[in-house]
Design a binder for this molecule. Structure first.
Ligand SMILES: [Zn+2]
Length: 401
């Protein structure tokens, strides 16, 4: 099939006017000007008219478990209060609620043009009930052993067994304040053995910083109260703890990194580079310390975008995330914001040149957006609101349904 559009934005070169993409099976066979592609390739032509064809978007951090918590938790005085509030909400939900929530999340992500999701789930046991997600999904088991640290290895091993059938999977020891060193170590062991990816939340809030650096503050008190051993607190920053205790490599996709001090930047400068996920609207919801985008980029980190969960966000639209980021970062261009939801996300998932771009040999995950103005095509893309009119995932047209 040859798909023609007014403009093709491949993210692997400059935008192509009167462009076309040839798809064979689930792969992109060719991309270029329509006349050239039609000469080189055979097959029926689908003309999308006055639309922009771009790679499907990649959400590098979300928790579809909590889709149904949208709007239920107002911003709190402290991050610990928010954790208390979400725990209270979670206590009222059943397995079926979570399954419905995950399904609704997939449908919403798809409507907003996301074709690949890195989804953290606290319930790997429910994955089998989610038949065929409509978008490409990496399932990450979100693991916490703060209430039962003696079970660290069992928790990781059981999650791995449940996740394996999903094929694209990884492990997510939740955060250094809820996952023990033993749990992190076991996840790393499994990751090396199974060749999977790892993700975690790190240095998200000021309270996490205060807890580890000064052994004080709301998070410190909250976690001590629930019985967490606090002997790792009072010495170093969360980042320093992570870097000192973990094997840092390209397997790690680290969410947040908001609360960093001067010493942390020295550590990051010298460190092997991992991937970082920023969640712009969730960041605003919590009022976190400003995210050091320019500094982290200058240090050579690959930075992607995620939505986080709807317990701290209003939708699963990555277009809205790009706009929020551009509002906060006037030096960032719309093209760079789009890179963060396409090629950068693909690199984090180990899928460079396969996902997040339109090039021969890549997987055919594509979306089309109406061309609404004669301004810069990247401005046109990030300004898009609402449901995308057309989508292809793995070579199959999935929107319109
Ligand atoms: Zn998260």
């Amino acid at each position: 099939m040859i798909i023609r559009a007014r403009t093709v934005v491949s993210m692997a070169g400059e935008p192509i006017d009167d462009g076309a993409v040839a798809v064979s099976g689930n792969k992109i066979a060719d991309v270029g000007r329509f006349d050239d592609v039609r000469q080189r390739q055979s097959g029926e032509v689908l003309d999308l008219g006055e639309q922009i064809l771009i790679p499907g978007l990649i959400n590098a951090h979300c928790h579809l478990d909590y889709t149904m918590l949208r709007g239920t938790i107002p911003p709190q005085r402290s991050f610990s209060d928010w954790i208390r509030a979400i725990n209270a909400e979670k206590a009222t939900l059943t397995d079926q609620d979570y399954i419905d929530s995950i399904r609704a999340g997939f449908a919403e992500a798809q409507r907003f043009g996301t074709t690949t999701i890195l989804n953290l789930t606290a319930f790997p046991n429910l994955i089998a009930a989610i038949k065929e997600p409509p978008v490409r999904t990496w399932w990450f088991g979100e693991l916490i052993d703060v209430r039962n640290p003696d079970d660290a290895e069992r928790i990781a091993d059981e999650a791995a067994e449940l996740l394996k059938p999903a094929r694209r999977w990884g492990l997510a020891p939740h955060a250094p304040f809820t996952a023990s060193q033993r749990l992190y170590a076991r996840c790393e062991e499994i990751a090396r053995r199974e060749n999977i990816l790892l993700t975690t939340h790190l240095a998200e809030s000021r309270e996490e910083m205060e807890m580890f650096r000064s052994a004080s503050g709301a998070a410190f008190n909250f976690l001590r109260e629930i019985g967490r051993p606090m002997d790792d607190c009072g010495r170093e920053t969360p980042l320093s703890l992570f870097m000192r205790t973990r094997t840092i490599d390209q397997r790690w996709i680290v969410a947040h990194l908001n609360a960093l001090d001067a010493g942390d930047f020295d550590l990051l400068d010298a460190a092997p580079k991992f991937h970082i996920v920023h969640c712009p609207r969730s960041h605003t919801f919590f009022g976190h310390t400003p995210f050091a985008l320019e500094r982290l980029r200058a240090l050579g980190f690959n930075i992607c975008l995620g939505t986080d969960s709807l317990a701290s966000n209003s939708s699963l639209s990555l277009f809205s995330e790009m706009r929020e980021l551009l509002d906060k970062e006037p030096r960032l261009s719309p093209r760079e914001a789009l890179e963060m939801t396409t090629v950068n996300g693909a690199a984090a998932l180990g899928q460079k040149n396969q996902l997040g771009c339109i090039r021969a040999g890549a997987t055919a995950d594509l979306i089309a957006l109406p061309l609404r103005s004669s301004t810069d095509v990247f401005e046109n893309i990030v300004a898009f609101e609402g449901a995308v009119p057309w989508m292809m995932v793995d070579g199959k047209i999935t929107l319109p349904v």
